[in-house]
Design a protein around this ligand. Structure first.
Ligand code: HSE
Length: 393
């Protein structure tokens, strides 16, 4: 099968390296590479036509196009053109897919062209095929994931080694984990797009990415990381979604995870996705969330799958009966300016139970789960400096 690779950055370079060592059973020929400049002089490009003209590839006899350019609008246009010509596409582009996968899946089905996007969520972790096929017997009710290697690397270094946020971010960029613009990572956007894709797949429902509440890690303070440690919790950027048979609720936020929770021990650039199904119960998938060969592993798996099975159909999600709903009751961590006595009085009046507290320059405390109304009232009655959702009280 003739293929083209669009983009020769961190992931594209890894894909080429892996394909040049492909299993003997595969018969893949990288015929074209689309790149404006070759930044990896060590790559062997013998026999490959390097071009900066996408139309040359679209009009060629290439059967599968690997899009690892990133970005939204140009990539979206290329995907549409490939699918409409019956060319399969394989991509890691979660930013574009989170906005356009519904339309692209239908277009691919019309022209018998497969969309492979295993690499879009969780780097090298097998999760797309797992949810789509291996957990297909289940009604999936909950997803919880550490889905961004850059932010997990930053929080891990800040928590375990007291690195500054800037130091850790610079190292994550150097190691090739971060996006071109790391704002997408640290502001939680990257995680939110992955959570939207996984939720669509898990619940077979269209989800509106724009409705997802998103908080990033850019204003996380040491004081809260340290207080969390004292209470037996670890700060992580977590994407979560829940499905009650009718509604999907999704969010991305830094969260305090109990140290008894398996996700609390997912460190560095590793990712993990926790999936709850009605038949299988609780499952968790763990591995490298970013990196060149790690992500290329998932891209090449899709290529090999398509080479072997061809068009197998793209999931078309159900558009009916979907909306976000009010979040269920949650436990919270707060850091406030008031004295502990005042905190106790306010919580007592609101019927919210305090489980842990610590008095330093400011008072930090954890509560039992509360309603959104109780959360609002605490924010009205106390001077809240920071607050986070808590998982595993
Ligand atoms: N910037 C992303 C991350 C790359 O850090 O997880 C993988 O999607």
């Amino acid at each position: 099968m003739k293929i083209a690779i669009l983009g020769l950055g961190t992931v594209g370079g890894g894909v080429l390296r892996l394909l040049q060592n492909q299993p003997k059973t595969a018969h893949l020929e990288v015929a074209y590479i689309f790149a404006r400049e070759i930044r990896h002089p060590s790559l062997d490009l013998t026999g490959i036509k390097v071009t900066n003209d996408v139309d040359e590839i679209l009009n060629s006899d290439v059967e599968l196009v690997v899009e690892v350019l990133g970005g939204v609008d140009i990539a979206y246009d290329i995907h549409r053109q490939c699918l409409a010509r019956g060319k399969h596409v394989v991509t890691a582009n979660k930013d574009m897919l989170a906005l356009h996968l519904d339309e692209l899946a239908a277009l691919g089905n019309q022209y018998q062209a497969q969309i492979g996007y295993e690499a879009s969520c969780g780097g090298g972790i097998p999760i797309i095929q797992v949810i789509e096929h291996h957990l297909a017997a289940n009604t999936i009710t909950r997803l919880l994931g550490i889905l961004n290697g850059t932010t997990n690397y930053i929080l891990t270094r800040m928590t375990q080694e007291h690195w500054t946020y800037q130091q850790a971010l610079a190292m994550a960029q150097q190691l090739g984990y971060a996006e071109k613009d790391p704002t997408n990572d640290v502001a939680g956007l990257d995680t939110s797009r992955k959570m939207a894709l996984l939720s669509r797949l898990a619940y077979h429902k269209t989800v509106d990415w724009h409705q997802m509440p998103i908080r990033g890690i850019d204003d996380v303070a040491y004081d809260d990381i340290e207080a969390a440690k004292l209470f037996g919790y670890t700060m992580k950027l977590v994407g979560q979604s829940e499905f009650d048979g009718e509604h999907v609720s999704m969010s991305v936020e830094p969260m305090l995870l109990s140290n008894s929770h398996v996700l609390a021990h997912v460190n560095g650039a590793k990712n993990a996705i926790f999936v709850a199904g009605d038949a299988v119960g609780e499952t968790m998938f763990y591995g490298p969330g970013a990196g060149s060969l790690e992500t290329a592993s998932a891209v090449v798996a899709d290529i090999l799958f398509i080479e072997r099975f061809g068009f197998t159909g793209n999931l078309v999600a159900d558009t009916g009966a979907i909306s976000t709903k009010a979040s269920p009751k949650r436990a919270y961590y707060f850091r406030v300016e008031e004295a502990l006595e005042r905190v106790k009085t306010v919580l007592n009046e609101l019927g919210v139970e305090l489980t842990h507290w610590h008095e330093a320059t400011q008072v930090s405390f954890l509560t039992q789960p509360m309603t959104a109304e109780q959360l609002d009232k605490i924010q009205q009655q106390l001077s809240v400096v920071a607050y986070y959702t808590v998982e595993g009280v």
